[in-house]
Design a protein. Sequence first.
Length: 118
Amino acid sequence: MLIKSRWVFLKRPDNLTEKQGSKLAELLKHNLKTVKSYLLKEEFQLFWAYASPYWVELFLDDWCAKTMRSKIEPMKKVARMLRNHRRLLLNWFWAERRFSSGVVEGFNNKAKLTTRKA
């Protein structure tokens, strides 16, 4: 079922080809750990859309709690890492996005790597 579907999970949904989109739609019908990890990854992308530090904080707490309940160890590792670096992540929003996000991008890269291993 998951054969030749690696890039379907790694690509952003808007960059998928028609064939990959239909494969993703088929895979999303199943209750697999890989699918759950993909959905958590996509949900976390909403983190960057928030403008208010207050709402970002609520979203981060909710996402981390949901991820810890998922019983997917690599994703739980990402949630623990985000909780440990929470202050740094929220500082970027408190600074009104005036500073470089290099550190945050490094954490995001680690999260992607961990997700790939899931």
